[in-house]
Design a protein around this ligand. Structure first.
Ligand code: AMP
Length: 281
């Protein structure tokens, strides 16, 4: 497994692959890889001749009081997982490889980024759109793979690709969960044993929401009320948001018609976790 940190090296490798007529897939990650990331890499390997995994804790998508410094990192374990999943190259830049000291160009988006995680994390999606644009320009992949786990991020990236005419196909991949339902996340490592048990309330609430919609409930208010009640029943949980939005515009809906995203963000102790379900309606 080749790990490179410089943009020049990635470009040279991709250029060589292109010369040989090979297709290229990209899996952008912040590292500390788990089964969720692995599912994206395995899919990318199945659909492309060569796969680049970017492994970069992107500082510009963290707010000033967020967990940038404590975010877990383990490039050796990541390298083993990438190797096992069949990836061909890890792009592991240092922050200074991505951001010159006088960096001042941003990709920003209105609308879709204003609710949900965008509301609680101002500037987050500006950092995401900027770094993903840079990765698309550096790797120039045919396809790029993103998890449904970060549903708003996936919608934002799809819109950015459409609006800015990036020549890349965006592939959304299903949420990978632990045996008890908790969505896999690098941040799960922050949870102590008691919090880990409590964290299962997120997937339970999402499952409750999905069941109500499957059984015919069309009033968003009723679904959200039941989910909030369940979350409030867990003493270690503190709700950030519980929302029902249109799956492509990310605008709140009152009546469940057509594809909706039912998304939650909940603090378990000091750890902020997210989960969601898309209901096709
Ligand atoms: P991250 O390293 O958390 O930025 O995630 C990198 C990519 O992996 C994003 O597209 C995530 O949506 C995706 N991802 C993270 N966790 C999961 C999961 N449990 N299931 C599916 N995809 C995931």
């Amino acid at each position: 497994m080749n790990i490179v940190s410089s943009v020049v090296e990635v470009r040279a490798q991709v250029k060589e692959w292109r010369r040989l007529g090979l297709s290229v897939g990209l899996v952008p990650t912040m590292g500390y890889l788990h089964e969720g990331h692995k599912s994206l890499i395995v899919r990318a390997v199945a659909e492309n001749d060569r796969v680049v995994v970017s492994d970069f804790v992107n500082p510009t998508q963290f707010g000033p009081h967020e967990d940038l410094d404590s975010y877990p990192r383990d490039i050796d374990a990541d390298s083993r997982l990438c190797e096992a999943a069949g990836a061909h190259l890890i792009f592991h830049p240092r922050p200074e490889d991505m951001y010159a000291s006088d960096f001042c160009t941003w990709v920003d988006m209105t609308g879709l980024t204003e609710g949900l995680c965008g509301k609680s994390r101002p500037g987050h999606f500006r950092g995401v759109c900027t770094v993903v644009s840079k990765l698309f320009n550096i790797v120039a992949p045919d396809r790029a793979y993103f998890g449904q786990k970060d549903a708003q991020q996936l919608a934002v990236i799809r819109r950015m690709v459409r609006d800015l005419n990036f020549d890349v196909e965006i592939i959304g991949c299903p949420i990978v969960r632990e045996a008890d339902g908790l969505a896999r996340s690098s941040r799960n490592t922050y949870l102590n044993a008691e919090e880990r048990q409590a964290a299962v309330v997120l997937s339970r609430a999402v499952t409750l929401g999905r069941t109500m919609m499957e059984q015919g409930e069309r009033r968003a208010e009723m679904v959200l009320f039941a989910m909030r009640k369940m979350l409030e029943g867990e003493p270690l949980a503190r709700i950030d948001y519980v929302e029902m939005v249109d799956a492509s515009s990310m605008q709140p809906v009152a009546e469940i018609r057509g594809p909706v995203l039912c998304a939650i963000a909940v603090y378990i102790g000091k750890t902020r976790l997210i989960d969601n379900v898309v209901f096709e309606g």
